[in-house]
Design a protein around this ligand. Structure first.
Ligand SMILES: [Zn+2]
Length: 220
């Protein structure tokens, strides 16, 4: 519903479901109410995860708000637990092959697995879970719709696999300082994106550590 910021989706009718209300901006909430009125009102507000940019307006829509844990269905939408970007992240699958993916996959750029609350290992498992589902369209929490889910998911998985291999190669060469590892494994990243890359690297290092593949630790 918003061109920038978080996408809000209405699903079904009589009444409809609102997925990720997003901002509590009054104009945005009014637009949701007006669009929902044409679909018989709001029966339920569903959240993909608890980050404020997806949830801030939820309590002002005068309907029950649910962040499901996964495995169940709500209003014809199957809930898949997809932790990684956030521990409580879920995706919603419609019977017609539409996936409301929150921040698991984005229409533009790349999803962040933030330190503290995020987990790259869980994130990779969640991508694999989605790859096993019959999905024709991904409606992401940010950016345009993804009309080729198979290619996009493969790109996401491939991208992270490539980074992990580069990071492991740098570690294998004996490199143990974060600055040098970043410069090596993320050498193609423009300087203004290095803070993001450093966050991504932390998520990769945490995964390798958990898997017992970070042999002798790091120096700062
Ligand atoms: Zn988020």
């Amino acid at each position: 519903m918003t061109l920038e910021g978080t996408n809000t989706y209405l699903h079904g009718a009589d009444p409809c479901v609102v997925i990720d209300p997003g901002s509590d901006d009054l104009g945005h909430l009014e637009a949701i109410r007006a669009a929902a009125a044409e679909r018989g009102g709001i029966g339920l507000v569903l959240l993909t995860h608890s980050h404020a940019d997806h949830t801030a307006g939820a309590d002002q829509l005068e309907a029950e708000v649910v962040l499901p844990s996964g495995g169940e269905s709500h209003a014809g939408l199957r809930v898949l637990a997809t932790p990684g970007h956030a521990a409580d992240h879920v995706c919603f699958l419609s019977e017609t092959g539409v996936c409301f993916a929150g921040d698991l996959v984005l229409g533009l750029g790349s999803t962040i697995v933030p330190p503290g609350g995020g987990s790259l290992a869980a994130y990779m498992d969640s991508l694999a879970l989605l790859q096993a589902e019959p999905i024709d369209l991904i409606c992401p929490g940010h950016g345009p719709w993804i009309t080729d889910p198979t290619a996009k998911l493969a790109e996401y998985v491939g991208h992270r696999g490539t980074r992990e291999r580069r990071l492991l190669a740098a570690l294998d060469s004996g490199e143990r300082s974060r600055a040098a590892l970043l410069a090596d494994a993320w050498s193609d990243v423009p300087v203004e994106l290095l803070p993001m890359a450093a966050m991504a690297m932390e998520a990769h290092l945490e995964k390798l550590e958990d898997e017992g593949r970070l042999a002798d630790g790091l120096v700062e």
